[in-house]
Write a protein that binds this ligand. Structure first.
Ligand code: ADP
Length: 169
């Protein structure tokens, strides 16, 4: 079989006995995509050292946005939130690494970009809660729940970067 259509074979696959498999669902919201911030944002997670296991540009149906944010369904801003998330394509990311959930939340910054620390994604790139550029799972359980919600079977890549020994002892 030719390698050309089987990208997975070009990368050595290390089944990860030594690697933490914690995963976070991170999503660049429609404002981040429209503002051309996709590269800038993904670059921050890559440079930090987390592994991208899933990545896609996606137009989210309302039912999925409603399900994703169902815990907020009683909030007054919920209808606007669903409209915002479905207003244009989002970029869906499944990130993996030790402590990735809490670390991604730190890199992202607090919900209101005006209160988010400079140096964080929201602190550097936004001014309003209703246009806060990015989502990150708030617990490892929700990381798994959200990855299962946003990615279909076969859309995640099982791979280990060759740089891992330079990131982790
Ligand atoms: P986070 O995204 O920081 O985990 P929440 O889970 O509290 O924050 O809220 C989910 C999303 O709902 C926020 O990222 C933001 O887009 C939106 N949101 C939260 N609070 C408000 C608000 N008061 N007004 C408008 N949108 C809000």
């Amino acid at each position: 079989a030719s390698l050309s259509h089987q990208c997975g074979r070009l990368t050595p696959i290390v089944r990860a006995s030594q690697s933490s498999t914690e995963r976070s669902y991170v999503m660049i919201k429609p404002d981040g995509v429209q503002r051309g911030l996709v590269g800038e944002i993904i670059s921050r997670f890559e440079r930090k050292g987390f592994t991208i296991k899933g990545l896609k540009l996606f137009s989210c149906p309302a039912a999925l946005a409603e399900e994703h944010y169902k815990d907020l369904s009683s909030k007054p801003f919920y209808p606007k939130l669903v409209k915002y998330i479905t207003s244009g394509p989002v970029v869906c990311l499944a990130l993996e690494g030790p402590g990735v959930v809490a670390s991604a939340r730190k890199l992202i910054g607090v919900t209101n970009p005006l209160q988010a620390e400079p140096g964080t994604i929201r602190g550097d790139l936004g001014i309003e809660t209703g246009r806060n550029v990015i989502h990150g799972s708030d617990s490892p359980e929700n990381g798994e729940r959200e990855i299962a919600l946003w990615f279909k079977e076969g859309e995640l890549c099982e791979w280990e970067p060759t740089l891992t020994p330079w990131l982790r002892e």
